[in-house]
Write a new protein. Sequence first.
Length: 387
Amino acid sequence: MEATFWISLAIIFYAFLGYGIIILIITKIKRLLSKAPQLDTETALPSVTFVVPCYNELDMIDQKIQNCLALDYPKEKYEIIFITDGSTDGTPDAVKKYPEIKLLHDDIRGGKSSAENRAMKYVNSEITIFSDANTVLPTNALKKMMRHYANPKVGAVSGEKRIQTKSSDKAVGAGEGIYWKYESFLKKLDSELNTIVGAAGELISFRTSLFEHVEKDTILDDFMLSMRIAAKGFRVIYEPEAYALETASASIKEELKRKIRICAGGWQAMSRLLPILWPFPNPVLTFQYISHRVLRWSIVPVLLIVVFITNYYLALNSSLYMIIFNLQIIFYLGALLGYLLEKYNIKLKVLFIPYYFSIMNYSVIMGFIRFLKGSQSAAWERSQRSK
C-alpha cells in the first residue's frame, strides 16, 4: 500500500509539474549548445487561406470578419473562407454582406470536422489556417506564424490561446486563465525541445500538402490534425505572439460542458493515435505525448482517488501520512469552498487553482464515460462566454 501511494503520487506530480521541470532543464542545456535561428517576418511569405468554421455565430460574425480583413498580409496571397454549415440564425446572410469573403454553406450540419474537410476542397494555397469564430487575433498574427515555414521541417504552426480575464470574472474564469498561462509555458518548452503535442484549435496553420481528412466523428479535430503531422516527422511549432483572444466561460456549467467534451475527445484521440505510443521512429514525440497528454487524459484522475484512499489507511498508524492526508483534505475543501463561493459571486484567488484542478480531473472521468457510451457528438456545441 505504501509503494502504491508513493508511485501514484509521483506520477501525478510528474504529469503536472515534473515534466515541465525536466523539459525546462533540457531546453536550457539546448540553448547553451546551439543558438536559436533568426526569424524574418517579411521574406518569402507563402500564400495563405484563412478558414473559419461557424455555427450560429451571428452575434460575433461581424467582429470576426472585420478582424480577418484587418490582418496584415499581402492581399494577393491571402484568401478568406467562412463555412457556415447548419447555421439557422442568419450567420450565412451576414457573411454575404462582405464580397471579400468566400462563403460556403450547407443546410445540413455535419460538425466541425466535416465542415473543415469540405472547405479544404476549395483551398489552393501553400498554407491553410483554421480559426474559431469567437476569437480575435492581433494584426501581425499571420506574419508571426508564416515566418516559421522558411524551415522545411516545420509542418504546422499553432498560435496561443489566451483567456481574456476581467476582475468581474468568476472563479472558473480566473482558473481557466491561470491554467492556460501554465499550458502556454509548457507549449513554449515543448516547441523548443521538438514539437508541441496538440495545437490550439482557436488558431492553427499547416502546410496544405500535409492535410489529411479527419474522420467525420472526430471531436478534437485540431489535436488529431497536428498530431498526425507530427507523427510524419514534421515539427509543430508554437508561436505565442500569434494569439487568439477569447473570453472565459460564463459559468461552471458552461466550462464543464466544454471540458467534458474535450476529455471525451482526448480518449477518442488516444484510441486513434496508438502508433505514437511506440517510441520508434520518434522517441522524443512519444515521450512528449505520454508526459504532456496521455497521463493527464487517462490515469491521473484515477491515481488521485488511489492516493486519497491509500493515504487514509496509511494515516491510521503514521503521523507523517496523517499530515499528508490533512493537506489533501484542505486542498479538496478549498475546491469545494471555491464552488460554493462562486455560486454567491464571491471570489477568493487562493481557491482558483484547487477548484479548477478538481474540475479538470472530474471532466476526464466524465469524458471517459461519454467515450465508452459513444454519447459525445462531434458537432460542436457552443459554450456561453463571459461578456
